[in-house]
Design a protein around this ligand. Structure first.
Ligand SMILES: [Zn+2]
Length: 151
């Protein structure tokens, strides 16, 4: 029997070590909502040596940009990113949560300048990574539901 878990892809990105249950959030962050041309495979609740269970997302024919990697770091801080070219792992990255999250989160404060019509890019300061706590640089409000406010 073929093991679907190790089915290789020719070109694209494999996002591994996603906390189990977060794969669909990763898809949303990447804008993968059904209207895409590439094949996307989602493996949920896969045994993991490190933490019991994990999710894996494979996106064919697409390499992620730094902004997308920062967004993934917000919901899957231990994720690893494998860039596949011609069936080989060409690059391997761990995602890293930046100290300042620029332009990737929406402030929950409706009166914040970043939510006005001004063209002000949101900036959140990462106060703690474990557990994740971020605060808006402009209005000082701490963001409660980080995953729900990813742009
Ligand atoms: Zn704010």
């Amino acid at each position: 029997m073929r093991d679907l878990k190790v089915t290789p892809i020719k070109n694209g990105t494999v996002i591994d070590h996603i906390p189990t249950g977060m794969a669909l959030k990763v898809l949303r962050v990447l804008g993968i909502t059904g209207d895409v041309n590439s094949t996307v495979s989602v493996l949920m609740h896969v045994p993991s040596k490190q933490r019991g269970w994990k999710d894996i997302v494979k996106v064919e024919d697409r390499e992620l940009n730094p902004k997308e990697l920062s967004k993934i770091a917000l919901i899957a801080p231990d994720a690893t990113i494998n860039i596949i070219r011609n069936y080989n792992v060409a690059e391997k990255h761990t995602v890293a949560l930046p100290d300042r999250a620029v332009g990737i989160l929406r402030c929950a404060n409706p009166n914040c300048i970043t939510n006005s019509r001004e063209p002000v890019e949101s900036v959140f300061l990462v106060r703690s990574k474990e557990p994740l706590r971020v605060r808006c640089q402009y209005c000082d409000r701490e963001l409660e539901d980080v995953a729900g406010h990813i742009l």
